[in-house]
Write a protein that binds this ligand. Structure first.
Ligand SMILES: [Zn+2]
Length: 157
């Protein structure tokens, strides 16, 4: 990491510790050339997360896709939209803080089921019953979209 004071690229890490509830690593750095001290933060980049499916196929994590699967499971359930947003953000934060950018689709499915179980039993059962057969969030979405004729999607977004 280049020193922001003198431009020297050979700086040293003096101290590393978890920050922001373990979502980031805070590093204190020292520049031996000029004696300058500075701090850097290391975070998982969401766009770099890769979903590893059970057949070994890999694809970039897509938050929108995850959100659609969850909203399908929650269709017509009396759950406030804010709670759903909160839940999805929580799931994404958990994925980001796993510490590995390669995430098995199974892990995502389990986290989703756990989260759904806490907010709506019916949605949980819907998701879990289909998920068990397909072992992939994406497949669940495909499956459900085949079942129902094009539902009127909110055009507002
Ligand atoms: Zn320096």
């Amino acid at each position: 990491m280049r020193c922001p004071f003198c431009g020297n690229v050979d700086t040293q890490v003096k101290d590393s510790r978890p920050a922001e509830d373990h979502v980031a690593i805070r590093r204190r750095r020292f520049c031996p050339a000029c004696g300058g001290r500075f701090t850097t933060y290391e975070r998982v980049q969401l766009r770099d997360l890769v979903v590893v499916k059970s057949n070994g196929r890999r694809e970039d994590f897509d938050r929108d896709k995850l959100e659609r699967s969850i909203r399908i499971a929650l269709q017509k359930r009396p759950v406030e939209p804010e709670r759903v947003d909160q839940m999805i953000s929580g799931i994404v934060r958990r994925l980001e803080s796993l510490g590995d950018t390669d995430i098995p689709s199974k892990t995502i499915g389990e986290i989703v089921m756990e989260s759904l179980a806490r907010i709506d039993t019916v949605a949980y059962v819907r998701f879990a019953s289909v998920y068990k057969n397909f072992q992939a969030v994406e497949d669940f979405e495909d499956f459900v979209s085949e079942l129902r004729p094009r539902s009127p999607v909110d055009p507002g977004e």
